[in-house]
Design a binder for this molecule. Structure first.
Ligand code: NAG
Ligand code: NAG
Ligand code: NAG
Ligand code: NAG
Ligand code: NAG
Ligand code: NAG
Ligand code: NAG
Ligand code: NAG
Ligand code: NAG
Ligand code: NAG
Ligand code: NAG
Ligand code: NAG
Length: 643
């Protein structure tokens, strides 16, 4: 007898440290042996199928007379043959319309041993969650996430006393009370995100006091503050709490009686008061996410002194604090554990201190968009786990420390928009073999590597605007085979545009060569989204471009010839902005603007264009149109007069 063993791993949250996944091992009997399927259950499944709409024929194996234990999505008990699990989640493929729809037939109730029912990602758009689910007494796992159910959640789901996992995320549901949840006496995992719980004022009482719940997701539920301070049995075990995207205004104080919490997510929750100083009560906390609120007080020390803290995200608030104080507090408690610190977009001030080098497990650090000043400490070279480093948009000064070259895990390096100065050499990048993003524009740095230098990295994004890169086009860019975005604007190149660059076998999305002294002509640019060649000395006709291009800036050059090849190319439908002012264009403005429907900005001023303004220009309806200083005449066409 051929026996195949199937591991049914029920997917649980993205927190890898929480292994709520029950290790259920079911064995499906395959092949030659006698039919395992219980006939009455087969009939029930067929009836269930008949009321479903199955446009892609996913259930084609569900046929009269077959062994239902071998049908797709059906798992039977290996000895009794009873149907135990129905895995009918729709695969999430944008190309395949494989969602089931239609009605849920009560024949499902004949599956007395059904413990797992997964209908996630299907499309039951027109129906309520059927009450009959509340009668499937054996259920331990019910997943209806993103299945387009709507209306009130039937309270009799609370009768499912064996249910451990209930996932109703991402439907159009409403519940005016969560009292029914207290009936789910085995529940460990509850996700009601996106349900309208604005009237369910008991949400906190019910969920925080629930005796078995470990993981709770109530994101985007229109929850409001509950000022009641509830007391919770201290053996309570709620570990993961997600209340993101609600209207809470302050951290619910009752959270601090949940001593077992490991993860708190309060992103986008309208928090604006001070953060209460009770975090000492949740001493096992590993993850705290308060991103995008309006917290303006300083962060209480108890937050930084959580001994197990791995992930602290406080970005996009109004926190006014000295970064050195924060690093000091963090280093007292979670030097070894901290993996991710994001305090970007606040009002932090002060200097970075060399303590930074002591966070050995730090892999993600963002302090962007603050007012941090002073030098970048060279202890940063000791952060051997660092993958992501962003200190852009601060007031950091001094040099770019050489120790960055040691950070062999580094993938993203962003120190753009600071005041660093001095010389950068090849050694600054020596071990950066994994670097994919280098953003460093707007510093006063000089980098003129040896012409034989081959970078150790393959970057997708390189931004070195306002650096001094020497008068020749940087030859090392030749080796960047993955490049999709390049900004070397204002870097002092004064040379003919090299053909090797134009012919690079990579397709860029974004190219910025603004304000150099590049000369020569360009026949073609393989760039999909945005090109800025303004303020150079390019000559010859304007280059041909891809039909996907949206922004083309060629101002202040010596491009010559007529516009018709560019304008009358019918494939250019995406263009939003076209600037070719201050050039040497001649001839008439062509009459073929019908396909320029997305054009919002058009500047052809300061050329030598002649003739009349074409009426078809009115189709574009731009919010900016400049044709000044040309040799054109005639009236404004009526099509443009109401613009
Ligand atoms: C429910 O199904 C969705 C989509 O198939 C999955 O992402 C999610 O993890 C499942 N929920 C649980 C609790 O297993
Ligand atoms: C049936 O499955 C159980 C585990 O779920 C296993 O211990 C047992 O050996 C299996 N029996 C057969 C006949 O495969
Ligand atoms: C779900 O089905 C309805 C009715 O057939 C349809 O209008 C709707 O676009 C579908 N929704 C999705 C997300 O496929
Ligand atoms: C099931 O739930 C409903 C509504 O909550 C309740 O009225 C009913 O008594 C429950 N039935 C059983 C058998 O517990
Ligand atoms: C949520 O439900 C309440 C009724 O309970 C209703 O007044 C409100 O408009 C709903 N909000 C949304 C965003 O659907
Ligand atoms: C607290 O929980 C424990 C274990 O679950 C239980 O034995 C005890 O009765 C509970 N106490 C209260 C006051 O609910
Ligand atoms: C912190 O924990 C203590 C001891 O369990 C408890 O008495 C106190 O109420 C908790 N503080 C808050 C704000 O919940
Ligand atoms: C913080 O915000 C509150 C309310 O928005 C305001 O009353 C208070 O003055 C602010 N505090 C600081 C330090 O800006
Ligand atoms: C640092 O990270 C490693 C690997 O992720 C982990 O095993 C170790 O426990 C962490 N150290 C601390 C102090 O948490
Ligand atoms: C950095 O800026 C501070 C003022 O914020 C200044 O005192 C210091 O001299 C500057 N350091 C360097 C190396 O320019
Ligand atoms: C543009 O780049 C793509 C992707 O690298 C390449 O396949 C294509 O041949 C290039 N087109 C031209 C005309 O160079
Ligand atoms: C503009 O065009 C006219 C006629 O075509 C020509 O005489 C004149 O020299 C041109 N001016 C410039 C600046 O190119």
């Amino acid at each position: 007898m051929a026996i195949a063993t199937m591991t049914t791993a029920l997917p649980i949250s993205f927190f890898p440290f929480l292994l709520l996944v029950p290790a259920i091992f079911f064995t499906i009997c395959h092949a030659n042996s006698n039919l395992l399927c219980v006939p009455s259950e087969r009939e029930a499944l067929l009836k269930f199928k008949n009321h479903l709409i199955d446009p892609s024929n996913r259930l084609s194996s569900w046929v009269e007379g077959g062994d239902c234990c071998k049908w797709i999505g059906v798992v039977c008990h290996n000895l009794t043959g009873h149907v135990h699990q129905l895995h009918l989640a729709a695969p999430l493929s944008p190309y395949e319309q494989s969602a089931l729809g239609g009605k849920i037939n009560p024949s499902l109730l004949e599956l007395n041993h059904l413990s797992t029912l997964d209908l996630s990602n299907n499309n039951f758009s027109s129906i309520h969650i059927p009450k009959l689910f509340g009668l499937l007494e054996s259920l331990t796992y019910l997943n209806l996430s993103r299945a387009q159910f709507q209306g009130a959640i039937p309270h009799n789901l609370g009768n499912l006393s064996k249910l451990q996992y209930l996932d109703l995320r991402g439907n159009d549901l409403i519940s005016e009370s969560l009292q029914w949840v207290s009936g789910l006496s085995s529940l460990q995992y509850l996700d009601l995100s996106y349900a309208n719980l604005s009237k369910a004022t008991d949400w906190l009482q019910v969920t925080f006091k629930h005796p078995s719940l470990l993981e709770l997701h109530l994101s985007t539920c229109i929850l409001e503050d509950d000022p009641h301070l509830i007391s919770v049995n201290s053996s309570k075990s709620l570990a993961v709490l997600d209340l993101s995207w609600n209207s809470l205004s302050s951290v619910p104080k009752s959270i601090f009686s949940l001593h077992g919490l490991v993860s708190i997510d309060l992103r986008f929750s309208s928090l604006d008061g001070p953060i209460p100083d009770y975090f000492g009560n949740i001493s096992f906390l590993e993850v705290l996410d308060l991103h995008q609120n309006s917290i303006n007080s300083s962060i209480p020390n108890s937050v930084f002194c959580l001994n197990h803290l791995r992930f602290l995200h406080l970005s996009s608030n109004k926190i006014q604090q000295d970064i050195s104080e924060i690093l000091q507090s963090l280093s007292r408690c979670c030097l070894g554990s901290l993996e991710s610190l994001n305090m970007a977009d606040n009002q932090l001030s002060g200097h970075l201190t060399c303590q930074l080098g002591q966070f050995k497990n730090l892999s993600y650090l963002s302090l962007a968009q603050n007012n941090i000043s002073g030098p970048i400490p060279s202890s940063i070279g000791e952060l051997s786990s660092l993958k992501y480093f962003d200190v852009s948009e601060n007031q950091l000064n001094g040099t770019f420390p050489l120790c960055f070259g040691q950070l062999e895990s580094l993938e993203t390096l962003d120190f753009g928009y600071n005041l660093l100065e001095g010389v950068v050499i090849e050694t600054h990048f020596s071990e950066l073999t994994r670097l994919t993003t280098l953003k460093a524009s707007h510093n006063r740095l000089r980098f003129e590597p040896n012409s034989s230098w081959i970078p150790p990295f393959q970057c997708q994004i390189i931004e070195l605007g306002h650096w001094h890169l020497g008068s020749k086009f940087p030859l090392w860019l030749k080796f960047q085979k993955e490049l999709s975005s390049l900004d070397i604007s204002h870097v002092g190149i004064s040379y003919v545009m090299p053909t090797w660059f134009v012919n690079l076998p990579t397709q860029l999305e974004y190219l910025n060569l603004f304000y150099n002294q590049l000369t020569g002509g360009i026949s073609y640019l393989n760039v999909t989204n945005s090109i800025d060649l303004s303020s150079n000395r390019f000559t010859c006709p304007v280059p041909r471009v891809l039909s996907t291009l949206r922004y083309l800036f060629l101002s202040n050059n010596s491009f010559s010839g007529s516009l018709s090849e560019l304008i009358c190319n019918p494939s250019l439908k995406e263009m939003v902005a076209l600037y070719i002012d201050i050039n040497l264009l001649i001839g008439e403005i062509p009459y073929c603007w019908n396909h320029w429907e997305n054009l919002a900005y058009l500047n052809l001023g300061n050329n030598n264009l002649t003739g009349k303004i074409p009426p078809t220009l009115g189709y574009t309806n731009p919010c900016m149109l400049n044709l000044r200083n040309n040799s054109m005449f005639g009236e404004l066409p009526s099509t443009l007069r109401n613009s």
